[in-house]
Design a protein around this ligand. Structure first.
Ligand SMILES: Cc1cc2nc3c(=O)[nH]c(=O)nc-3n(C[C@H](O)[C@H](O)[C@H](O)COP(=O)(O)OP(=O)(O)OC[C@H]3O[C@@H](n4cnc5c(N)ncnc54)[C@H](O)[C@@H]3O)c2cc1C
Length: 372
């Protein structure tokens, strides 16, 4: 009887699992990837796509092509709750998928549930495909509106700062009309980065005439109005949410052990603490002994050890340990072809940093491009 390896989610770790599977398939194993989107966006290049430096194919991995090349079946839907007794994953509008070994890499989405009206009157940066559709409309509206649109972006971490600068750059290049406000609930932008990086970006935001509101908590949203803690209101035309990561409800509802935020608790083998034979990687996973920020860098680094351990698990052999790096290099783009490198206490900036980042990002994408 062939055995089934089921991969839920086409995220940064699973694309590497699929690629490696294609290089060395395991006899007697059927591999299936469940993902609602044919194209996986590479987050490192997403701000560059918004800014117009890249085309769609430059920064999206074609899962159909990658899976076809690797002999992996791709099913175009979302998986939800898992029935561990029957060893099946429920899928939206498609038959349940059986598994012997299961791996989950479904990412995270901005946390919106704690702000009434947030999802109704704003758009989250994830799922990325929906955001990009909305962004195309926003660009059009900024060209035809009788007055400048007020675009508010909520979330002053690296992704939020990159996205607002990229949007501003693109709308200016389009000769559109918009004014921008960045809102963060902490005392500084880029709270996880050194002061030098924060200061560099504060001055870039100022040069770009992007208003920055710190220590500002949004309590509620209605059509066209943000209600801030303390009673103040802010009028807007568009609100974009790039706030901290939230987990879906289904892993916990399925009985998987999670951390307090609902992310799947895994050990140093990337294996579930509660369910042997179930693995998780990327944002959806929480390495209990070595917690790390939700960042694509870690999702990418987990790809090779995850691929190896899925193979070991299928063979019934000893799993390998994965020890994540203590700190990661972040290359944060600034709208135009200019970026800032942040590593430990170090901050370096310039057009050369953007070109360095561009080389790294393109090399990553080349690994997953399938010759037509
Ligand atoms: C604008 C932006 C810029 C960023 N830039 C960087 C950066 O430069 N460097 C960095 O390290 N990090 C960056 N990040 C963070 C980075 O995006 C995430 O940490 C990274 O995407 C996590 O990868 P992942 O593999 O966990 O999931 P994802 O890349 O989010 O992929 C998850 C996939 O699973 C699919 N999926 C979701 N739910 C289901 C389901 N129920 N069933 C089946 N499939 C499902 C989704 O469609 C998606 O394709 C950025 C984030 C944003 C928003």
């Amino acid at each position: 009887m062939p055995r089934n390896l089921l991969l839920i989610g086409g995220g940064h770790s699973h694309v590497e699992v699929v690629r490696r599977w294609g290089l060395a398939p395991e006899p007697g194993v059927n591999v299936t990837l469940v993902s609602p989107d044919r194209h996986t966006p590479y987050s490192g290049m997403l701000p560059g796509y918004i800014a117009g430096h890249y085309g769609f194919d430059d920064c999206h991995i074609d899962l159909d092509a990658l899976c076809a090349q690797a002999g992996v079946t791709r099913i175009s839907t979302s998986a939800g709750e898992i029935d561990f007794a029957a060893r099946i994953a429920h899928c939206v509008e498609l038959p349940d998928q059986p598994f012997d070994i299961l791996s989950i890499d479904t990412g995270s989405t901005p946390l919106l549930t704690n702000v009434p009206g947030a999802d109704r009157y704003g758009i989250a940066v994830k799922p990325v495909a929906q955001f990009l559709e909305h962004w195309a409309h926003l660009r059009e509206a900024a060209q035809t509106a009788p007055r400048p649109l007020h675009v508010i972006l909520i979330g002053a971490g690296a992704a939020g700062v990159e996205v607002i600068l990229a949007m501003k750059y693109r709308i200016d290049s389009d000769k559109g009309h918009a004014v921008f406000t960045l809102i963060g609930d902490g005392p500084s932008i880029l709270g996880a980065h050194p002061r030098g990086v924060q200061q560099r970006f504060m001055s870039i935001l100022q040069d770009q005439q992007i208003a920055v509101r710190l220590d500002t908590a949004v309590e509620r949203v209605s059509a066209g109005t943000l209600f801030l803690r303390g009673g103040e209101t802010l009028a807007f035309d568009e609100v974009v949410w790039v706030t901290g990561a939230a987990a879906p409800a289904w892993p916990r509802a399925s009985g998987l052990q999670t951390d307090t935020a609902g992310f799947i608790a895994v050990d140093k083998h990337l294996q579930s603490l509660s369910h042997p034979g179930v693995f998780a990687a990327g944002d959806i996973a929480s390495m209990i002994d070595a917690p790390r920020p939700k960042s694509g860098v870690y999702a990418v680094r987990q790809g090779p050890p995850l691929a190896e351990n899925l193979r070991q698990a299928l063979r019934g052999e000893t799993l390998l340990e994965y020890h994540p790096q203590a700190r990661a290099l972040a290359l944060i783009s600034a709208g135009e072809r200019y970026a800032v490198a942040s590593y430990g206490p170090l901050a370096l900036s310039g057009a050369w940093v953007w070109h360095w980042k561009n080389r790294i990002d393109n090399a990553f994408m080349r690994r997953y491009r399938v010759a037509g």
